[in-house]
Design a protein around this ligand. Sequence first.
Ligand code: FES
Ligand SMILES: [Fe+2]
Length: 418
Amino acid sequence: MNSNTGEAAFQSRGTFTEDAGLSTSPIPLEPYYSEAFFEQEKEKIFRRAWLLVAREEELPEPGCFVLKAIHTLDTSIIITRNPKGKVQGFYNTCSHRGSQIVTESEGRRRLFVCPYHKWSYDTDGDLKSAPDEQNFFFNKKDCGLTRVATEVWEGFVFVNMAEQPEISLDEYIAPLKEYISGVNYLGASSPIVVEADLEANWKVVVDAFLESYHIPSIHPKTIAETFSNQINPHARLLNSTPLGTHQQVSMFGNSGLKPNPNNRAEQLAAGDTGSVISAAALKDTEAFLAHPAINPTKSADWSMDVNQVFPHVQIDWGPGGFWVHHFWPLSASRTKYEVRFYVTEAQDFKQRFQQEMYVARVAEVVLEDLVNVKRTQRGIKNGGKKHIQLQDSEVGIRYSTSRIIKWVNSDTVREAIK
Ligand code: FES
Ligand SMILES: [Fe+2]
């Protein structure tokens, strides 16, 4: 773990990049627009890596299911919970003539009945019945739904789209697991979901959420004063932790920030965490905040941490809880983006108001970022530039990009995660 502490740390050039063993040279721009590179990302990354797709709370009871699109590979998976409570994933494709079985995004079923000829399957994917069964030539046992490797870690559901995953989820997330296991995910059963189709390469979007350098310029009226102050005017990072193929960056927060005295709503909405990106009371978050990976430098001036779960997810947390970004590449210049903000159940009117303000504020911030990524992609597409420059507090981008390139160039997953 490398960290910035004290005023001097925000003046001279930092050492995160070199400490992470990364080159300080400009980085290549081609992966941000090349269709050929996107094809490689699809095959070498998204078809081989474990992909975080859901929270277990989305399947609260046996029989509950969710349909999850794996946008990058143009497929969808039914995730079920069987009577014994086990979470499993199956391709949403009937064994008879290939129809989609489920079109709803979630629900509860004992049996999944294909709409075409009414074949039915149970929550373990086994074929239970087929009308006029005697007239077929099949062995019923061989006609279950096709399984997708599915594992759960601390409530996060991962799938692997390889026919035979090269490594287990356990091995895939080992360094991340060691670092962040045991986090108490507050409010995990009640997400507020924001989705968008973006005209930008997925890495442009991923990068926009991996650094705070842009916050004073892109978010001047919303969160600039939360992430910077006179001592750290450029919102430099507090900390950077490489975690194998994954990573964490920890962002500065202005602990001296007071709600605007001319804004009654902001004053009423200000929680005792002193942060506008939080809606929980401190007494409820004490245990959560005590975890060593949450605000890892335990700085009083902390706003949030970004945990990049390779390749396409970021689990973020701040003083009041957590939220999760999903970035699905659709092509070299299009991304399906989804963010889920988790809020605990409001205990009183004031907290409900704080949550409403929080969600309105973060939605506004995300919108500012999304306008910006489109402009960035257009600039990249203009041509002329072969490389981009990154400063030390943009180490997260450098780390992420170097890992993506490593996966594309690795013959095995074990080599890619090293
Ligand atoms: S395609 Fe599903 S029952 Fe025929
Ligand atoms: Fe932003």
